[in-house]
Design a protein around this ligand. Structure first.
Ligand code: NAD
Length: 387
């Protein structure tokens, strides 16, 4: 049986058995501790949660670097609907330690040279691409061609054309594509999103999103210090501000009014900080800034009758928020990545929408490219692909 066929068979089986048992998965509920989470408030009678130990997707991590080892592999252990079953690496010397630490079989371990063979491995449902940004397109397209669903880390890719290639490859192979925007799954952030959706403080009149960390300029022999690998503040951290302004305002920007960047002084230099102003239909503007040498971390929404904010907006733990009339959004959840992966697993099993599909990642990359163009030209730049 081909892998693509086995996936669609499995998806059909999962849908049929969900219908047969009367059990309906509700994306967004998993891991949401706060009773007033958006997902919970969307349904007066949310479906009961039951243990479904047999309903786990097999995940293969592609790229065994810092985020994979420090966050995603541990988070997978906390999920209800995922299981780490496969490894794909360009550094096979890492495999023995990963295999023994996570109980991964030798036959589920691949290198970049052998990864296409994963097509015949029915234990793997999803390949999670966690490599430098400039490699996302190629790895995601190869992953899709194996007939496995693709999860890809943020930022989605280097430009809109690459994002589109990834989307097309997944469509052509009948698999799904989600972007690892963990904040969009984080319950306090989802509470803030719900305030905007409900116009709880009136219409949005402005916003700012600042996402940066105070460190040394990235080393030039490491991909984060290399512009052509997708390093620099705007791709790495700025994507949180761009994405945060989108979910915080629930609006799509039409133009970058202005942008400035400070760069290291060498060939292939990355931006250390980027500041930008977006304009939305109706003339509303929002400010964004991002940095890899200065610490700031907040998403603030101004509305006609008040304000609300998340501060800090994107650490792994400790996200919390408040409103102008004293409501506190919280408490922070212990692990965002496990919620993200369970949400995405459920969306695959139930054939429902991802919270952060590839099409959304593409829109944010379009904004990032327009910010770069505006910084380089000193001109206002219209933003495409927001429809
Ligand atoms: P890292 O440098 O720690 O690891 C990168 C891994 O990719 C390494 O295992 C490396 O060997 C491998 N790799 C594959 N092709 C490579 C190439 N051509 N050059 C260099 N390395 C290559 O990086 P990381 O922090 O794990 O980041 C990986 C991805 O995860 C990036 O897209 C990053 O933006 C994303 N990330 C997301 C979050 C989040 O909170 N969602 C946090 C950190 C990183």
């Amino acid at each position: 049986m081909s892998s693509k066929k086995s996936i669609s068979t499995r998806r059909r089986f999962l849908r049929q058995s969900a219908a047969a048992t009367g059990f309906l998965f509700v994306p967004g509920l998993i891991g949401c501790s706060s009773g007033n989470s958006p997902a919970a408030s969307e349904s007066a009678n949310p479906a009961p949660r039951r243990p479904n130990e047999d309903r786990k997707l097999g995940i293969a991590i592609l790229g065994l670097g810092g985020y994979a080892s420090g966050q995603i592999a541990p988070a997978l252990k906390l999920t209800e609907h995922c299981e780490l079953r496969g490894l794909i690496t360009g550094s096979p010397e890492k495999l023995p330690e990963w295999q023994s630490k996570h109980g991964i079989k030798e036959e589920n371990s691949y290198t970049y040279d052998t990864m296409d063979e994963i097509a015949d491995n029915d234990e793997i449902d999803v390949i999670y691409v966690i490599t430098p940004t400039a490699t996302h397109r190629d790895f995601a397209v190869r992953a899709a061609s194996t007939g496995k669903h693709v999860w890809c880390e943020k930022p989605m890719a280097m430009d809109v054309a690459e994002c589109q290639e990834m989307i097309d490859a997944c469509n052509e192979n009948g698999v799904r594509l989600a972007i690892g925007y963990r904040m969009m799954h984080e319950p306090n952030t989802r509470d803030l999103i719900q305030l905007t959706k409900e116009n709880a403080y009136g219409a949005v009149t402005g916003a700012h999103a600042y996402a940066g960390y105070g460190g040394s300029p990235p080393a030039t022999d490491y991909w984060r210090g290399q512009r052509d690998m997708g390093g620099g503040a705007l791709y790495d951290m700025g994507v949180y501000s761009v994405n945060g302004l989108r979910y915080g305002t629930q609006m799509a920007p039409e133009a970058v009014v202005k942008a400035t960047q400070t760069r290291q002084d060498h060939d292939n230099a990355v931006d250390l900080t980027t500041e930008y102003t977006l304009r939305y239909p109706g003339g509303i503007t929002a400010e964004g800034k991002t940095s890899v040498v200065t610490n700031y971390n907040e998403l603030h929404i101004e509305a006609e009758e008040g304000w609300y904010e998340i501060d800090p907006m994107q650490p792994y733990t400790g996200v919390k928020g408040e409103t102008s009339d004293g409501k506190i959004l919280g408490p922070p959840v212990p692990n965002q990545q496990s919620i993200q992966m369970d949400d995405d697993a459920l969306a695959i099993m139930n054939d429902t929408e991802f919270i952060a599909p590839g099409e959304l990642g593409l829109k944010d990359i379009a904004v990032i490219r327009a910010i770069i163009e505006s910084a380089e030209s000193g001109q206002e730049v219209a933003i495409q692909h927001q429809g």
